[in-house]
Design a protein around this ligand. Structure first.
Ligand code: NAD
Length: 254
């Protein structure tokens, strides 16, 4: 049967999508632009950003900014440039992330561990600490933190990633409570595997393991993730905060 898709109205909103140059982030940026928002994508991959900008520019007001979100000063600079180009930021999608190398905890390279936590967890904190004050001042905001089912269950040979994503879930709960007195919703998304470039960082055995746990028996499409994010960022989502939106195809029911 043909699917009927709702289009949320984000006219006049300004969004930041980290890691927006490809994969889930690019699908989110596409969807937000189509819903009327101005969008800034922040990413470290210049080549992918050039391609993304060419695709996104015809859809609306879009900025592409180089930003390594593990660097606090880079986040502050990207925020200033975004505000200058598009105006105050209403919507934040903390989506950028890496998976890192596969290894057991005992064998994990400490430098790789720190890099994963710096990007996947600390970067989310840096983006929130810079953009939330403006949301509080305007008493409006929507934040989506893209975590992972790994953060709920812990995946073998991916402890750094799992721990960082668990941290993102806890950050989401804390920030949601801190901002609950405002019209600011902070929620997390926990996708199961999607066919994006991040999978190249995993072994075939890891992908097979993860996909085997998905009752729907397939990858989630990036457009399916984007549709849920668009709802989470919309005014339709006016009450739920500090929560985790499950996108695991039936894997995680808690
Ligand atoms: P992807 O590799 O296609 O996209 C990730 C983007 O983040 C890339 O454009 C990359 O350049 C960018 N990035 C990496 N490090 C960065 C940094 N330091 N600063 C700024 N940008 C940086 O992967 P994806 O699947 O689209 O991943 C998006 C999010 O979804 C990630 O947080 C990932 O952990 C999460 N996720 C993905 C899957 C999956 O199977 N694809 C499953 C669950 C969760």
């Amino acid at each position: 049967m043909t699917r009927r898709l709702n289009v949320v109205d984000l006219t006049g909103r300004v969004a930041v999508v980290t890691g927006g140059a490809q994969g889930i982030g690019l699908a989110v940026a596409r969807r937000l632009l189509s819903s009327g928002a101005g969008v800034a994508i922040w990413d470290i991959d210049q080549a992918a950003m050039t391609g993304a900008l060419a695709e996104l520019a015809p859809l609306g007001r879009v900025e592409a900014l180089l930003c390594d979100q593990s660097q606090i000063e880079a986040v502050d600079r990207a925020a200033i440039e975004t505000e200058r180009a598009l105006g105050p930021v209403d919507l934040l999608v903390n989506n950028a992330g890496i998976a890192g190398p596969a290894a057991t905890v005992v064998d994990y390279d400490p430098a790789a561990w720190r890099q994963i936590v710096d990007i996947d967890l600390n970067g989310v904190f840096y983006c929130c600490r810079r953009l939330v004050p403006g949301m509080i001042a305007r008493n409006y905001g929507r934040i989506v933190n893209v975590a992972s089912v790994a953060g709920k269950e812990g995946n073998p040979n991916a402890a750094a990633y799992s721990a960082a994503k668990a941290g993102v879930l806890a950050l989401t709960k804390s920030l949601g409570k801190e901002l609950a007195g405002h019209d600011i919703a902070v929620n997390a998304l926990t996708p199961s595997p999607a066919r994006t470039r991040i999978l190249e960082q995993l072994t075939e055995a890891q992908v097979t393991y993860m996909l085997g746990k998905v009752p729907r028996g397939r990858f989630v499409e990036v457009e399916e993730a984007a549709a849920m994010v668009a709802f989470m960022l919309s005014d339709e989502n006016s009450f739920t905060t500090g929560a985790t939106f499950d996108l695991s195809g039936g894997r995680a029911t808690y």
